[in-house]
Design a protein around this ligand. Structure first.
Ligand code: HEC
Length: 113
């Protein structure tokens, strides 16, 4: 009986570890990684954790439309993130690339909620 419960506890532990790992590691697709690097977003943002700015997974929880995210990239509203420093407007990002980034940010909410 004792062996069995140890076994079960071990199994549950292993499964929950694997699950937790899956929840926390966000793999950035290559094309998005390239854009985020090119426009220096990664200097302040990570996909799944706070850096200088909020993690993109937390941005995705705000349920913006893609268009709203593009607007916020061009004209940030620091009041949306009171405990963070203000983000500089990133107007050099072409709209089609900003839309790709926005679509990817929103895809994070679907996969991880
Ligand atoms: C110098 C640091 C810095 C850089 C570079 C930067 N950000 Fe930010 N970003 C922040 C901070 C800080 C916030 C939170 C405060 C704010 O919104 O002003 C933020 C917020 C955001 C938000 C959430 C806006 C909201 O109101 O909910 C999005 C989306 C975002 N950034 C996307 C980007 C993208 C895309 C890039 C690259 C083109 C980028 N950021 C580059 C610091 C940065």
């Amino acid at each position: 009986m004792k062996t069995l419960s140890v076994l079960i506890i071990g199994l549950v532990f292993t499964i929950s570890q694997a699950w937790a790992q899956q929840q926390h590691s966000v793999k950035i697709p290559d094309d998005i990684q390239k854009l985020l690097q090119q426009y220096a977003c990664l200097a302040c943002h990570k996909a799944d954790a706070k850096l200088i700015g909020p993690g993109y997974i937390d941005v995705s929880k705000k349920k913006y439309t893609e268009k709203q995210i593009v607007e916020l990239i061009y004209t940030p509203k620091p009041s949306n993130w009171p405990s963070y420093p203000p983000m500089a407007p990133m107007k050099h990002v072409p709209e089609k690339d900003a839309l790709k980034i926005a679509a990817w940010i929103n895809s994070l909410a679907k996969k991880h909620s």
